[in-house]
Ligand binder design. Structure first.
Ligand code: FPP
Length: 235
């Protein structure tokens, strides 16, 4: 709702899933164990979001900056992603969840790319929740890619908001209404830079592997009490 309290649930929730490393450290476990527990949280939150009737859930799974992490950790994260796509695509299809991706395909292995393509194909006809994994994703890079795509398609004169938007990774996906970041960090970290102009934010102290349905509902309730003005004013 524009100019007024949004008593409706958010159409698009985006999540920065932060705190896996600290979750593992608290338990004297390797960081990858935190990421593994993070996958369980992904499953929990996808199920809850689908049941609640959220239309789009985007998850910041791997940023363009995450390549700076130790090789072992990157390998662990990619392994978890491969496992998830291989094992869960069919199950998600049964739950009517459509899997999509946002990010640069370059730098991802052929194996990961082929699992991504097949998860997208298997769930392409699903009409429930759209689950978007932001993978090798960076907001600045997305804007640069959109401008370059526009240039290469012959639009070399000037760029406009609508032209840029048409060339984003997922132009049909609405901007996130609500962006959640877990683990007490108060940053956007290059997530949905263009699309977050009017997003509402919810910061939770809960570490991502502990994030559950009740935490999600708390974030949605907080959103429902917000007044979204989009630069205008309330009468
Ligand atoms: C940030 O926590 C988390 C990530 C960089 C990766 C998020 C990935 C997952 C939750 C698993 C992805 C798997 C699938 C199937 C999508 P951090 O490691 O920076 O935590 P810290 O700040 O406590 O160190």
């Amino acid at each position: 709702m524009i100019n007024g309290k949004s008593s409706i649930i958010p159409e698009h929730i985006a999540i920065v899933m932060d705190g896996n490393g600290r979750w593992a450290k608290k338990r004297l476990l390797p960081r990858v164990a935190g990421h593994r527990a993070g996958v369980d949280a992904v499953e929990r939150i996808v199920k809850a979001a689908n049941e609640i009737g959220i239309r789009y859930l985007s998850l910041y799974a791997f940023s363009t900056e995450n390549w700076k992490r130790p090789k072992e950790e990157i390998k662990g994260l990619m392994g978890l992603l491969k496992y998830y796509l291989l094992k869960k695509a069919q199950l998600l299809k049964q739950e009517n969840v459509r899997i999509r991706f946002a990010g640069r395909r370059s730098d991802l292995s052929d194996e990961v790319l082929s699992l991504m393509d097949s998860a997208e194909a298997v769930t392409a006809e699903c009409t429930g929740l759209q689950l978007i994994f932001c993978l090798n994703y960076g907001g600045r890079q997305e804007i640069i890619d959109a401008v370059n795509t526009a240039i290469h398609s012959g639009h070399i004169g000037s760029i406009s908001e609508s032209l840029l938007e048409e060339n984003l990774y997922l132009p049909d996906v609405p901007d996130p209404d609500l962006i959640i970041r877990t683990s007490g960090e108060l940053r956007l970290s290059n997530f949905w830079l263009w699309q977050s102009s009017y997003s509402e934010f919810f910061f939770s102290d809960v570490l991502w592997p502990d994030f559950n349905r009740d935490n999600l509902i708390e974030a949605i309730k907080s959103y429902e009490g917000r007044e979204r003005r989009y630069g205008s004013f309330t009468v």
